[in-house]
Ligand binder design. Structure first.
Ligand SMILES: [Fe+2]
Ligand SMILES: [Fe+2]
Length: 363
């Protein structure tokens, strides 16, 4: 370095010392100095590690807590605070290869309740039928709230290294928030008082909130509960007595299909790596069944409301047809559960037995 300022040597040496470098030169008084790089800058990055790679291919089997909130693929300086909440740090415990694709689909599938539904459409004039719709909506809201709380509880527990899983759970929680909104709005539409909330149904939902294991919660909620709800929402879409009921069921069902797809894919991933995990899935269904054995499950008001809703009018012949439709619905729900259990490797006999133990509350 060269300069004409007489204070250059003083300032240059002070700056160099502050940054861990040294200054050599000006031995022959020619005003030329040489800045010699010190080791302090590199020492800072000694022990730094790459936190995997940025794309899904860069996901590691186990993410250390010391990587903290660093972007996947970043060079992580040693010595930062470890993440305390994110105990789900094993890829096998949270991952499915389809997650990045499902997240992209979820973003593409977002809809706005204000514009996606024509809230001014006419309702069925029969007050009994309208009461049945309101009862079903009241029931749906509490189930949607459970489906919101479960992923929301896990968001902070999944290590952010598994970014796509965290993002998918966040969008899933937003989906459920919309479902709570549209079912509440449909319930309030006619001014009919809201329906009843049975203790047995809420006891059933509480067992979902109480499950601390991510994979078991995904199994009970997504594979079995939301899987069963796909049939229920399809039923409401087909037999709903007014366009708003049919439309909100249709919109929620499209979101639920993604939630079920993630649950099934994650469990397929997990049992492929740990076939013995199937035993824990079985135990989770049996345990939930035992806990709920003394409760009513689906309360009779909801069952009857489904019959009246699907009848469309309050005549003996219509109610008989509604009854047959609800019987066909519960058979389809059972068949769907057995099919999904089959995808997780349960043989047909065991799948049928486990499907029969699923909560009468559907979710
Ligand atoms: Fe939902
Ligand atoms: Fe859902």
């Amino acid at each position: 370095m060269r300069g004409r300022d007489p204070h250059l040597p003083v300032h240059l040496r002070a700056w160099a010392r502050g940054h861990g470098h040294t200054v050599a030169g000006d031995a022959d008084g020619d005003g030329a100095f040489t800045l010699v790089r010190g080791g302090a800058g590199e020492a800072r990055w000694r022990g730094a590690v790459r936190a995997g790679g940025p794309g899904p291919g860069g996901v590691v089997d186990r993410a250390p807590a010391t990587w903290g909130l660093a972007a996947r693929g970043a060079l992580v300086e040693d010595g930062g605070p470890p993440l305390r909440l994110a105990d789900l740090d094993r890829k096998a415990d949270v991952w499915a290869d389809v997650v990045p694709k499902l997240y992209a689909q979820a973003l593409g599938g977002q809809w706005d309740p204000a514009t996606a539904v024509d809230w001014g459409s006419p309702l069925n004039a029969d007050p009994e039928v309208e009461g049945a719709v309101v009862q079903v909506m009241t029931y749906l809201v509490e189930n949607e709230l459970a489906a919101l709380q479960v992923p929301a509880r896990f968001i902070a527990r999944v290590h952010p290294h598994f970014r796509e899983v965290v993002q998918l759970l966040a969008v899933q929680a937003a989906d459920e928030a919309r479902h709570v909104e549209v079912f509440t709005r449909r319930a309030e539409l006619s001014g009919h008082p809201l329906g009843t909330s049975g203790a047995g149904g809420r006891a059933s939902l509480q067992t979902l909130l109480d499950e601390p294991d991510f994979s078991l919660a995904a199994f009970l909620l997504a594979v079995l509960g939301e899987g069963t709800f796909l049939d229920l929402l399809g039923f409401l879409e087909r037999h709903g007595p007014d366009p708003v009921t049919r439309r909100v069921a249709h919109l929620a069902r499209a979101d639920e299909a993604r939630h079920v797809a993630f649950g099934v894919a994650h469990l397929e991933h997990r049992v492929a790596a740990e076939p013995e995990f199937r035993g824990r899935l079985r135990a989770a269904i049996e345990h939930r069944h035992d806990v709920l054995a003394s409760t009513a499950g689906l309360h009779a008001g909801v069952h009857d409301a489904l019959v009246v809703l699907a009848s469309g009018s309050w005549t003996a012949a219509a109610v008989a047809a509604g009854w047959d439709r609800v019987a066909a619905l519960t058979a389809a729900m059972d068949e769907g559960r057995r099919r999904r259990l089959g995808r997780l490797g349960f043989p047909p006999g065991e799948a049928a037995e486990l499907s029969a133990l699923h909560t009468r509350n559907f979710m």
